[in-house]
Design a protein around this ligand. Structure first.
Ligand code: GLU
Length: 439
């Protein structure tokens, strides 16, 4: 299931046991996957060795041990990470992930992807990411609150509205951001809402933030469909992952006329030829804590079948490394729009490109989330709330401009949209670094 920026109710009472996603193919180290694209783009740009080394190595990597009193009275020690990849364009920015698969290499890759993502959409942030190795679905609200507060307190000198600004990611949402803001504010002796984005509205969250990532997926998918001359009202779509990103993208694509024939979560996939009723699936998920094998109104298919289904548009919106060298050849979609970070591994890139499938890469397709995070931070700093129309209008403009720039770069260098996005991002960060200089 897509656990990105969860919207599910996570309570200890209605929680079904956590079901690990079925492994698909060999796991590729996400940092190596990121680096392999980075290397290709650096070569095309003719990046000098000095800048290459600066951009390759994360600025800061912090590992914290967090002893938490569990509900049974016993202490359990959790490991937390925060990696700041780069602050060349501005303060570190990036979400915090709660998941059992969190590793330092994963967080390093995700932090670098945030640097490239912010650069692609031209917002004044560097890249960062955090994570805690935990299974949020098996924890009570009290345990999650203590864990979030302990993590914040351990990183209180790292975080800050001008230093490093966290946000939600897989397994976290507005609730965790509220705890983080409160704990950070207590340490400063004043309310500092601009230290974190993705907050609940009452604490200075932005209108439109919850659905922002899905909205960006929809907007970039439509732009790509226009280029491919795919008519949305005749197109079909499969969405892997049914968390915040997948479900919001699905509803918005459905609104624009696409027929969403398949969705999936950790329990597997669900298929309906005539198109699923996504609101019905969301209601079911919210009530049951997931699709849980039992979602009616659709036929059961495997995750693998979903990824290789005969649809026009495939939206992987769960996690890294699901489209691999093992299944890339079987993909039938004409367009892949990456709602998740790193869903396609580097080994699959060439197979996909060779098949003539267009990929709107993660650092462009899912950048709507961080774009509205930026608008949230701006609103917090000016102490004023924008209406939803303004947020959406500005987000659409940012994404459209980014899409056009990446598209033009792809044409100019005759490369894939993914490589073009890296070229745009690395080019911008490298140019900024030249002006800022170093020791
Ligand atoms: N976690 C989201 C991402 O991967 C949002 C990050 C943010 O808003 O800072 O883009």
């Amino acid at each position: 299931m897509a656990k990105s920026e969860k919207t599910n109710k996570h309570t200890s009472t209605n929680m079904a046991s956590y079901i690990e996603p079925a492994p698909i193919g060999d796991k590729e180290n996400p940092f190596e996957s990121m680096m392999s694209r980075f290397n290709k783009a650096a070569e095309i740009l003719g990046l000098d060795q000095e800048t290459y080394e600066v951009l390759k190595n994360p600025d800061k990597q912090v590992i914290v041990s967090l002893p938490i009193t569990m509900d049974n009275g016993k202490k359990k020690v959790f490991t937390g990470y925060r990696v700041i990849h780069s602050k060349i364009l501005g303060p570190g920015k990036g979400g915090i992930r709660y998941d059992m698969d969190v590793t330092l290499d994963e967080v390093k890759a995700l932090a670098a992807w945030m640097t490239w993502k912010c650069a692609v959409v031209d917002i004044p942030y560097g890249g960062a990411k955090g994570g805690i190795v935990c299974n949020p679905r098996a924890m009570s609200i009290g345990e999650l609150e203590r864990l979030t507060r302990a993590y914040t307190s351990a990183l209180v000198d790292i975080f800050g509205p001008d230093q490093d600004i966290p946000a939600p990611d897989m397994g976290t949402g507005p609730r965790e951001m509220a705890w983080l803001m409160d704990e950070y504010s207590k340490a400063q002796g004043k309310t500092v809402n601009a230290v974190v984005t993705g907050k609940p509205l009452v604490l200075g969250g932005s209108l439109g933030r919850v659905e922002a990532t899905g909205r960006g997926v929809m907007a970039t998918a439509l732009k790509a469909m226009e280029k491919l001359k795919l008519n949305p009202s005749r197109a079909t779509c499969a969405i892997q992952g049914f968390g915040n990103v997948g479900s919001n993208a699905g509803v918005l694509l459905e609104d624009r006329g696409l027929r969403v024939c398949a969705i999936s979560d950790q329990t597997g996939g669900y298929w309906n030829d005539r198109g699923l009723d996504l609101q019905d699936a969301i209601d079911y998920r919210n009530k049951n804590g997931g699709l849980l094998e039992g979602y009616p109104n659709a036929d059961k298919i495997t995750n693998e079948e979903l990824l290789t289904a005969k649809v026009d548009v495939l939206v992987p919106a769960a996690k890294e490394d699901v489209i691999t060298q093992h299944n890339a050849d079987k993909i039938q979609a004409r367009l892949i729009v990456e709602g998740a970070n790193g869903p396609t591994n580097a080994k699959a890139d060439e197979i996909i490109h060779g098949k003539g499938i267009t990929v709107i890469p993660d650092i462009l397709a899912n950048a709507g989330g961080v774009t509205v995070s930026y608008f949230e931070w701006v609103q917090n700093r000016i102490g004023y709330r924008w209406g939803l129309d303004r947020v959406n209008r500005r987000t659409d403009r940012v994404l459209t401009e980014a899409f056009d720039k990446v598209y033009e770069t792809a044409v100019k260098y005759n490369v894939s949209m993914r490589l073009a996005a890296y070229i745009v991002a690395i080019g911008k960060v490298a140019e900024t670094y030249k002006f800022r200089g170093g020791y």
